[in-house]
Design a protein. Sequence first.
Length: 122
Amino acid sequence: MQVPLYQAKAEFFRMLGHPVRIRVLELLQGGPVAVRDLLTEIEIEPSSLSQQLAVLRRSGIVVSIREGSTVSYALAGGDVAELLRAARRILTELLTGQNELLAELRQAEPPLPVPQRGAGPG
């Protein structure tokens, strides 16, 4: 039985739904990056990074490249980089809208009364 497209899309986005995986993909946008450099940039335990890289590799989004004792990772295609750029544009629009709404709320809010010092019962 074939998985419906919407379900496959949901699984794809679930796979992306981890901060470390997103950060790895961001770092790989400029080209292959050695695992040691990923560790430096992300600052997590090597075993945790290894787990997240394995998820990305199994999904086919990244590929590993071995050169001697150095293992690097790269994006498997340019579409992932485009997806990350689209996500950045969408988030920018959403946050801009929230900032505009916050500014409107602040303008519409009546000022709070300022307590008077020394104006106690006398």
